[in-house]
Design a protein around this ligand. Structure first.
Ligand code: NAP
Length: 299
């Protein structure tokens, strides 16, 4: 199987590469899969012609799309670019995957919901994104489903962090060391996702018969770590594990205005992915602990 992974320099792309490289090194990789990791420099999703050109010369059995326009605030000013990458490029990938008879695994977001529900979101709950990023990601989901009613799979995830790049954990570690006190929003609730855990789940899914062998109708699955917290609680745990002496003070969303609106509550139900693919999901605290240990070793 030739498997393409986009977004090789992003959190999720790098986390998938790490597992694939480790498996190869220790000889766990018994399947004759060939993974090809690409970044913007190889396949620019903001350019229709770059995408066509790339796939004219390359054919795959599975495409895992980890690339996205992920700058939620900046997207309010760069709506066209965000739409090109998160919507139109996904539509083009779906069309290409369909023509190549490749399977497509695409990543979406909890920001397709408006966050007004008081119950955890299921995959079929009402979609009502409240910012440009969420609207472009939803348009990508819909275009993919229209062009690939079979043989694709979408995972909606939330609050992704890792030992790579910029994310909430790296920002808290940097600011927490610089300041004695930090104000952190406490009225937005969700579930963090350690990119390494999601990467492991993606690799499990693509090995699974239910994804791989049979012509399956396209499905959406929610995935995050277990547990429900606010950004404030998340920050406090980061400071505790890093032994950073910074006081995290709770503030409201109103007290922390941002360009893009954020949903209030994006907790998602994960029963579907657990049942169908028989996966185990770690609690957010234990996954954060793992990530922090890796970050400490890197220092
Ligand atoms: N981060 C979160 O909190 C979060 C939450 C919910 C869902 N998600 C979704 O999860 C997936 C993975 O996110 P992530 O956290 O790994 O994101 P990330 O770290 O921001 O990585 C995204 C990758 O997309 C690449 N990219 C951007 N523009 C591109 C273009 N024009 N052509 C090709 N590649 C381009 C970036 O390349 P450069 O590095 O070269 O810019 C980057 O490597 C995305 O679909 C995202 O929407 C993320």
């Amino acid at each position: 199987m030739r498997i393409l992974v986009t977004g090789k320099n992003g959190q999720l792309g790098r986390s998938i590469q790490k597992i694939v490289n480790t498996d190869t090194k220790i000889g766990n990789n018994q399947s004759p899969n060939e993974y090809i990791f690409v970044g913007k420099e190889d396949l620019d999703l903001s350019s229709e012609s770059s995408i066509s050109h790339y796939f004219n010369n390359n054919k795959f059995d599975i495409i895992i799309n980890c690339a996205a326009y992920t700058q939620v605030d900046r997207a309010e000013q760069e709506a066209e670019l965000a739409n090109q990458i998160n919507h139109l490029a996904v539509k083009q990938l779906a069309s290409i995957a369909s023509n190549q008879r490749a399977k497509l695994l695409h990543i979406s977001t909890d920001y397709v919901f408006d966050g007004e529900s008081n119950k955890p979101y299921t995959e079929t709950d009402t979609l009502n994104p409240i910012n440009v990023y969420g609207r472009t990601k939803l348009a990508g989901e819909k275009a993919l489903q229209a062009l690939m009613p079979m043989n694709a799979l979408i995972i909606r995830t939330s609050w992704v962090y890792s030992e790579y790049g910029n994310n909430f954990v790296s920002t808290m570690l940097r600011l927490g060391k610089e300041r004695d006190e930090l104000n952190i929003v406490s009225d937005q609730i969700g579930s963090p996702t350690y990119a390494a855990d999601l990467a492991g789940v993606i690799l499990e899914i693509i090995r699974h018969n239910k994804f791989r062998d049979v012509a399956q109708t396209t499905q959406i699955y929610n995935y995050s770590n277990e547990g429900e917290i606010s950004w404030h609680e998340f920050a406090k745990e980061i400071f505790k594990l890093a032994e950073i002496d910074c006081k995290g003070s709770p503030i409201t969303t109103k007290q922390y205005p941002t360009h893009a609106k954020r949903p209030r509550n994006t907790i998602m139900k994960k029963d579907k992915i657990v049942t169908v693919f028989n996966i185990k999901i770690s609690n957010w605290k234990s996954s954060l602990n793992t990530c922090m240990k890796i970050l400490k070793e890197k220092q």
